[in-house]
Design a protein around this ligand. Sequence first.
Ligand code: NAP
Length: 328
Amino acid sequence: MLNQVYRDEDVNLDALKGKTVAVLGYGIQGGPQALCLRDSGIDVIIGAGPRDRFPDWDKALEDGFDVYSIDEATSKADVVHVLLADPAQPTVYREFIHKNLKPNSTISFAHGFNVLYGAIQPPPDVNVVLFVPNGPGHLVREKFLEGSGIYGAVAVDQDVTGNAMDIVLAIAKGVGSTRVGVVEVEFDSETEGDNFEEQVLYGGTIALMRAVFEVMVDHGYPPYFAYAKAIRSLRSVVDVMDEVGIEEYISKRSSRTCEFAVRLSGPRVIDRQEIEKIWNETVQGDFAARWMTEWQLGMFHLHRQRRTWQKSEMEVVGHEWRKLFGEG
Ligand SMILES: NC(=O)c1ccc[n+]([C@@H]2O[C@H](COP(=O)([O-])OP(=O)(O)OC[C@H]3O[C@@H](n4cnc5c(N)ncnc54)[C@H](OP(=O)(O)O)[C@@H]3O)[C@@H](O)[C@H]2O)c1
């Protein structure tokens, strides 16, 4: 069954009229969303971590916002839009947000992670909502300025004022997402869907691109040639499938040789059982627990992997390749 889709004409900004929205964090999502909300006529202030540790503060000041500490911004706000890095949120919430939330105010997230797994437990007298644009922050801003937006999702986990959905839809509209369409989801499905997609789709695609490059180079193919095969060709194909659908692309827009190749060997590359296993780990909370442990330990696996992969042949070749053919 299709979810209800909300568009500009279904939503108005009145739910935020006369209200102050505190955007906490001025990073990948915080900066672009705050700028769009302000351009939509909403009263936005920024809450940032200590100025000597977080560049957020100065970046937001440069963009003309009033900037406060996180506790002060929270206490001034009617809507607290939490756009801090997910694993940092529980500590910041416990120390600076919880006690400063006003009764009947709204706390809003862009990922359901901390609420779903109970690392953040808002008081019973505030609305708890979620708005997530389905794309990175710089695109949110770019599309907004073009007069469009990024498709998004909204959810309500706690409604104490009776209009929590109107409030979160107004946020979505202020950021430009209802220009394209916003669907209603739940905190559980948004979180699990996102964590599953990032592991399987992003993780799997990157592993596949690396495998394609490595196998071709191992068999003596020129690295520049293998690099283009592994990355650039995928980019153009994904754009076409997004525009016209997978079947239209395979059967009408690709060559017949390509269609045969796709249908013959594609499914052999995929391990469906492993994907199911990752799904189960995700919904049982194993992924969330591992991620929080990794963060608390200082992300040592991630730092180690970054060092290894930055030095890999594919990265080195990619660096040169982009200089030679980056625009082509
Ligand atoms: N990135 C995306 O494309 C995307 C898409 C959809 C939804 N989301 C969601 O949007 C939310 C924000 O994500 P993001 O990618 O924008 O995060 P981010 O840029 O990694 O972090 C946001 C800001 O939080 C600051 N911060 C980190 N730890 C802090 C602390 N202890 N105290 C105060 N500030 C702290 C960061 O500063 P430093 O950078 O200096 O650490 C950064 O400026 C998350 O819930 C995420 O799941 C993100």
